[in-house]
Design a protein. Sequence first.
Length: 157
Amino acid sequence: NYVRKLYKHIWEGYTQEKGKFSFISRKQGKKKARRIVNEAELYEPLKSLGFSIYHLEDLTFEQQVRLFATSQIITGGHGAGLAHIIFCAPNTLICEINHGKTPAKNHYLNLAVQCRLRHYMYNGAEPIPDGETDGSEDLKVDVSRYIASLAHIKTLC
């Protein structure tokens, strides 16, 4: 709540936009970890479901805050960009992509609970071994399963 209040001047006055569905890419991120190796394969199916693709690195902090404040659904791979869910309106749907092969890191679930958001973990991604055991593996997403999951989540709006 402290951070939400601190940046209230940015997101205040913005409301959730019906039908604004946002995919948060990690493709251009500085940290080369937990990227979706087949992300480009997701773009057309995501767009056909009404999702827009965002690279947070291309947005100012203020634009990032407003993006999250106005989105009805946010989805993307587990990573720092999802910390912006603290700016989402209550009941925003969050679909976090992970592989489910190791115990889940619950950072974003915990934030979602505190912010009264609806959090879903998509554990259908396949980890791509990188020699590390710190959860930084890149992911390969089963496109049809992921899109089917998002289509279902959209029915909850």
